[in-house]
Design a protein around this ligand. Structure first.
Ligand code: HEC
Ligand code: HEC
Ligand code: HEC
Ligand code: HEC
Ligand code: HEC
Ligand code: HEC
Ligand code: HEC
Ligand code: HEC
Ligand code: HEC
Length: 428
């Protein structure tokens, strides 16, 4: 029985090995048959680089090779006749002109019938979308400084978008776009800033993505679209934030700012938060001090101004109540009291504080009051429980002192008694 199992194992291993050898031989004959690869390797130097690069390319994994992109005949020219292989008569295209690259890649990528043979669910809209982008439109007019497919994806070493080594993997995108957009020399003459990457890196989104690896935070392409056209569902980049920040967006759309901003042609969120350098918002944005945003448009005594002041007060008072309650509850906790219930209450009060800050976007003082009232009640509850716990600590301490004194008295009494007994009956 055991012997038979052993033989079985051996046979499987042998078969596996045979398969491996066969596959090796097969790929070798393919290389030999592929004159593009064999000759370019032989010539060496830059002409061999594409062969090296293609070893790690998504197209190679799909069984595609040089001639599928460049055309020509990989079976001819094995005798060293370059012209027989790189023959325009056999479809050889050579190197595409820069302005032809989108079409060069799009020949396959915009052809659903062809692409679905490799992957039934593949998207085939890249070329169409690219053409509607600023990059595509400018390229069509002959501006070769804009991005084409290979500036973002590379060439001879193109990787799938999900591959962490790909130039379009979320964490690598800011650098890929920054190659041009952060290069003042390259962008000279366009009259647009070159600070997007730099600002992005220090923004809440940039820190979340690049430092914390949080892929829910947007990279350049999440706001601008992979292929330049705004992502589906958003009419323009200016309206993109709501795709992730649903609550803020819904409140904004129902607020008086929607119509007012539309009329002035102002973007929804960018007006107050900016775009590339978005920072953690602070309560100061509602204040009438230097960092106040509302007062940039609303004059003193206007409804907007008064609203800002009322909201600020509401939020600050909730924040202060939570802080006070927290310090009292923590003190009780350090004194050894059981305070888990109060901690839960404070946690819920914190939630109410976060909700109040979101509610700012409704521009309704009543709505903020409703939400912050819940928080204030919870904080008050926790505060009272905290005080009660501290009283209890005091009470116990007093109780302890009293009983200590009592015990001391008792001990002293006993001592006196013993002495008295000892004196009455001195040891013989
Ligand atoms: C027998 C050798 C040989 C074979 C076979 C061969 N090449 Fe080349 N290839 C060369 C040499 C040498 C050059 C550089 C000289 C030149 O451009 O004329 C070159 C240049 C190229 C270039 C750059 C052209 C340019 O305009 O600079 C491309 C692209 C290319 N080969 C693709 C292919 C493809 C695809 C195949 C297979 C269908 C192939 N080659 C087969 C030797 C070969
Ligand atoms: C996915 C399509 C694709 C495949 C597959 C491909 N190439 Fe290319 N190749 C290009 C593009 C696009 C360029 C132009 C790059 C540029 O303009 O910078 C190019 C440029 C070249 C050049 C010019 C020098 C250079 O490196 O830019 C050579 C030589 C070349 N390819 C050879 C090959 C060989 C040999 C193979 C197979 C091992 C191959 N290519 C496979 C798309 C492809
Ligand atoms: C400005 C940079 C840029 C340009 C130009 C560009 N791409 Fe992309 N491409 C991306 C990004 C970013 C992704 C998505 C990465 C992800 O899914 O996270 C992507 C994804 C893809 C994908 C994967 C499938 C998909 O659509 O998500 C293919 C295929 C693709 N691009 C092909 C092309 C072709 C073909 C061209 C030229 C017509 C092109 N790209 C031009 C940046 C670019
Ligand atoms: C001969 C047809 C053909 C040409 C030409 C071609 N591709 Fe591809 N490409 C494919 C196929 C097939 C796949 C695999 C699709 C899949 O598995 O989803 C692919 C995959 C890709 C992917 C990976 C998509 C993913 O899943 O993330 C990218 C990126 C890509 N190609 C970019 C390019 C670029 C850039 C060019 C031009 C330099 C180009 N392709 C030219 C056929 C082609
Ligand atoms: C090869 C260089 C290059 C790369 C890489 C590149 N761009 Fe561009 N981009 C340009 C140039 C040049 C312009 C034209 C500037 C203009 O429109 O004034 C441009 C224009 C734009 C515009 C329009 C600006 C405007 O309002 O006029 C946006 C948005 C943009 N790029 C985003 C991106 C993003 C996002 C990426 C990365 C996914 C990227 N670009 C990668 C060169 C590049
Ligand atoms: C959170 C969304 C978001 C992210 C992330 C983002 N952008 Fe933008 N970007 C915008 C908005 C909004 C505008 C203003 C465009 C408008 O109002 O139409 C803009 C404008 C631009 C412009 C036009 C010139 C300018 O500065 O106004 C370029 C170029 C650009 N972005 C490139 C980038 C690059 C490169 C990255 C990544 C480093 C990036 N963006 C990341 C939202 C974003
Ligand atoms: C792809 C989804 C996505 C898009 C698009 C997006 N964000 Fe964000 N945003 C996030 C995530 C995730 C965080 C949390 C980052 C963190 O952990 O600090 C965040 C954080 C923020 C914060 C900080 C919140 C806080 O409590 O400190 C603000 C403000 C913000 N985003 C505004 C915007 C604006 C304005 C836009 C549009 C210009 C935008 N976001 C577009 C996902 C997105
Ligand atoms: C009129 C100015 C203004 C506009 C427009 C605006 N916000 Fe805010 N936003 C604020 C202020 C002020 C705060 C800070 C409130 C606080 O911390 O007390 C804030 C806070 C936030 C926060 C953090 C609090 C939370 O909800 O988690 C996010 C996220 C946010 N805004 C996203 C957006 C988005 C998305 C849009 C567009 C739909 C937008 N904001 C439009 C003024 C604005
Ligand atoms: C970019 C300019 C701008 C900024 C910044 C701005 N507002 Fe407004 N707001 C307007 C305009 C314009 C209107 C409509 C006209 C009006 O009533 O003043 C408006 C209307 C309002 C209204 C309704 C007024 C009414 O009469 O019903 C309130 C409330 C309001 N804003 C509060 C705020 C608060 C709070 C902030 C800061 C978080 C803020 N606004 C920031 C421009 C702005």
């Amino acid at each position: 029985m055991r012997l038979r199992r052993f033989t079985y194992l051996n046979t499987s291993l042998l078969l596996l090995w045979a398969g491996f050898v066969y596959a090796q031989a097969e790929s070798q004959t393919q290389d030999e048959v592929n004159s593009c690869i064999s000759c370019h390797l032989e010539v060496g130097d830059e002409l061999a680089d594409p062969v090296e690069g293609m070893k790690e390319d998504v197209h190679t994994r799909q069984g595609l090779s040089c001639a599928d992109c460049h055309g020509g005949d990989p079976k001819a020219g094995l005798d060293g006749d370059m012209e027989a292989s790189m023959d325009p008569g056999k479809g050889y295209i050579g190197i595409p002109k820069r302005t032809d690259i989108p079409q060069f890649c799009g020949r396959c990528h915009s052809n659903p019938n062809y692409m679905r043979r490799f992957n039934p669910r593949v998207a085939t809209d890249q070329l169409d979308r690219y053409r509607t982008s600023v990059h595509g439109q400018r390229l069509a007019k002959g501006d070769t400084k804009v991005a084409t497919c290979i500036d973002c994806h590379g060439v001879h070493g193109v990787r799938g978008a999900k591959d962490s080594r790909s130039s379009v993997y979320p964490l690598n995108i800011p650098e890929t776009c920054g190659k041009c957009h952060a290069d003042a020399e390259h962008m000279e003459g366009y009259n647009i800033p070159t600070d997007q990457s730099e600002k992005y890196k220090t923004s809440v989104h940039g820190i979340a993505l690049l430092e914390k690896g949080d892929q829910a935070a947007p990279a350049c392409n999440d706001c601008h679209g992979n292929h330049g056209a705004s992502p589906p569902g958003a009419p323009s980049v200016a309206f993109i934030c709501g795709q992730c920040h649903l609550n803020n967006s819904e409140l904004f759309l129902k607020s008086p700012h929607r119509v007012a901003f539309d009329e002035m042609g102002l973007p929804e969120c960018e007006t107050c938060h900016g775009n590339h350098g978005i920072q953690h918002p602070s309560d100061q944005m509602l204040s009438t001090g230097d960092s106040g945003v509302c007062i940039e448009c609303h004059e003193e005594d206007s409804k907007g101004y008064i609203t800002a002041v009322a909201m600020h007060q509401q939020i600050i008072s909730l924040e202060n109540s939570i802080q006070l309650a927290d310090s009292v509850v923590s003190k009780a906790e350090r004194a050894g009291m059981q305070v888990s219930e109060s901690k839960f209450q404070l946690h819920d009060a914190d939630d109410a504080l976060i909700k109040s800050r979101t509610m700012v976007h409704s521009l309704s003082v009543t709505k903020i009051q409703e939400v912050s009232k819940t928080g204030l009640d919870l904080a008050e509850g926790a505060l009272q429980a905290g005080y009660a716990a501290l009283d209890e600590v005091q009470f116990r301490r007093k109780g302890l002192s009293i009983s200590l004194i009592f015990i001391l008295f008792l001990a002293f009494g006993v001592y006196l008694k013993i002495r008295e007994v000892d004196q009455k009956h001195p040891p013989k």
